[in-house]
Write a protein that binds this ligand. Structure first.
Ligand SMILES: Cc1cc2nc3c(=O)[nH]c(=O)nc-3n(C[C@H](O)[C@H](O)[C@H](O)COP(=O)(O)OP(=O)(O)OC[C@H]3O[C@@H](n4cnc5c(N)ncnc54)[C@H](O)[C@@H]3O)c2cc1C
Length: 509
């Protein structure tokens, strides 16, 4: 067995980040990916002659990628073109009201003042300050720490700061203290869904997502997928081997240690270490072999994060001035989440996110077909419920009916539309039921229940959106780096001591 050979399972953001970090330290890395290309959830579809992002569309925390590329001796800006957004997102309600959030907080406060009155504008300023504090408190001891625990947090952050992150209050309740207008509670509560969670169950700590977004949202020229291409391109040039279109069916564990993987064609790849970026639910269910199953706790159905119904299309959109990111809010947010999270059904009226990928800040001026990605949250039931055409049609009626109530008409055609249901997401990401963000962040303990990089099996490491520090493109990239750092540290510790290797002295170098 070659201790310097590492197999990374998955070529999503976390796998690519881990592979880059490992190859930069001279390790021999093979990435095995069941899909035909890199990116994982960061994927694109081809509709006619157009490419469209149909995974993540909101790019934040660019510093994570600046650091990752820096560590490779590369500049992120040499590989992708990033353009900061002045208007972060437009928000609309069925009563015709609209609110834009800006990268400039003063402008947002003014807009909120016009929308809901002075007191809510002041509430927004207090909310922003508190959201920033939560992020600052958690950045080092939690988000960027390899395996944080309640004790390590207490030690590093202190009791007062820890209480400031408001772990015991729900996000929804906390928002009621800043905003009297229920539309603002809804707007800022939606940030819980970035972690696949309900604002009614997630802790107020998730206010930090609002801070992340207000710190900068960038457009990636050519689409988010360019990021995955850039990362895999650099990795390949540095010698990482990519094996696409094949599953890892078993992580080989011998004498209690991970020693390689077996592929679905029976081939074995021996390795000193294995990094898994598949969802931890797959690991826990034994989909990667029973030797490794004990390294992850099962995620009960009710703890699964949200899934989604998505429509990627090229179609004319009229009647509403869409921006790059526009959110259309349902009339009864609580009922929407009671349906999805409580009853595990599609809601009768969903909140709908539309990403207009040909609009770079301003509305389009004509009515020509454009690239649109449309998403409604859905329950993660894709492993036991098949979304049949009639049900998909009903979801479409509810989703597009909701958009029409806000004035937007999208003239989709079947030839230029790709639909993804929780069943499809479960097929693409086995073991998840279609949950897109690992375990939901419901309750104050949830964040500590995401596994860290090291596991009980020596040589086996975890990364990805279902591991610490959680979902989202930058977080998954951080987790890949953390898994690589832990692996490298363990290898260094396991290396034969130079003291014993040095004859006639105590030199360690
Ligand atoms: C529709 C959608 C919208 C989103 N929007 C945003 C957004 O706007 N902004 C944001 O920051 N985040 C967003 N996210 C979340 C973000 O995309 C993910 O958190 C992140 O991409 C996860 O990366 P990952 O590497 O952890 O996992 P993945 O991307 O899932 O990668 C894991 C890889 O492992 C592979 N794999 C699994 N099992 C095996 C096996 N047995 N053998 C070989 N390969 C295997 C899978 O095929 C996959 O490619 C969104 C996600 C979705 C789906």
């Amino acid at each position: 067995m070659c201790s310097r050979r590492v197999v990374v399972i998955g070529a999503g953001t976390a796998g690519l980040s881990a592979a880059l970090s490992l190859v930069a330290r001279g390790l021999d890395v093979t990435v095995v990916e069941r899909a035909a290309c890199p990116g994982g959830k960061m994927r694109e579809a081809v509709l006619g002659d157009r490419r469209i992002d149909c995974g993540p569309t909101v790019f934040t925390m660019r510093w994570v990628f600046d650091e990752l590329f820096d560590a490779m001796g590369e500049y992120l800006d040499d590989h992708i073109v990033l353009c900061p957004l002045g208007i972060l997102a437009r928000h609309a309600w069925t009563d015709g009201s609209r609110l834009d959030l800006f990268s400039d907080e003063e402008r947002t406060a003014d807009a909120i003042g016009d929308f809901a009155g002075r007191s809510d504008a002041e509430g927004f300023k207090a909310f922003s300050a508190d959201a920033k504090r939560i992020f600052d408190v958690l950045r080092r001891p939690f988000i960027c720490a390899t395996a944080p625990s309640m004790t390590s947090l207490l030690r590093n952050a202190g009791f007062r700061d820890l209480m400031a992150i408001r772990p015991f209050q729900t996000l929804w309740k906390a928002l009621g203290e800043y905003f009297s207008d229920p539309r603002l509670q809804q707007l800022f509560g939606r940030y819980a869904t970035y972690c696949g969670s309900s604002p009614f169950d997630a802790p107020a700590t998730l206010m930090l997502v609002a801070h992340v977004e207000s710190s900068g949202v960038w457009l990636v020229d050519g689409g988010m997928y360019r990021l995955a291409s850039a990362m895999s391109g650099i990795a390949a040039r540095r010698g990482v081997q990519f094996r696409y279109d094949i599953d890892v069916s078993n992580i080989i564990v011998e004498s209690g240690r991970a020693t390689g993987v077996q592929l679905s064609n029976g081939e074995r790849i021996e390795a000193g270490s294995v990094v898994v970026t598949a969802d931890v639910a797959a690991l826990a269910q034994g989909l990667l072999g029973f030797g490794a199953a004990r390294t992850a706790a099962a995620i009960p159905d009710k703890a699964r994060s949200l899934s989604a119904m998505t429509w990627s299309c090229v179609a004319p959109a009229s009647g509403f001035p869409l921006l790059r990111h526009t959110v259309f809010f349902s009339r009864d947010y609580r009922n929407e989440f009671d349906s999805i999270v409580g009853r595990r059904q599609m809601p009768s009226e969903p909140t709908v996110y539309v990403c207009a990928q040909d609009r770079n800040g301003s509305p389009a001026t004509d009515n020509s077909p454009e690239r649109l990605f449309i998403l409604a949250n859905a329950p993660a039931i894709g492993d036991r419920h098949r979304f049949e055409p009639a049900e998909i049609d009903q979801c479409a009626k509810r989703t597009f009916g909701m958009l029409e109530r806000c004035g937007l008409t999208i003239a989709m055609t079947p030839e230029l539309t790709e639909i993804t249901t929780p069943t499809d997401f479960n097929r693409m990401f086995p073991g998840t039921g279609g949950a897109l963000y690992g375990r939901s962040s419901h309750g104050w303990l949830a964040s500590f229940q995401r596994p860290g990089a090291r596991t009980k099996v020596p040589g086996l490491y975890l990364a990805g959106g279902s591991a610490h520090p959680g979902p989202g493109v930058p977080m998954a990239a951080l987790s890949g780096r953390m898994a690589a750092a832990s692996l490298i540290e363990d290898l260094a510790l396991a290396a034969p001591s130079r003291k014993t290797a040095t004859r006639g002295g105590m030199s360690t170098r």
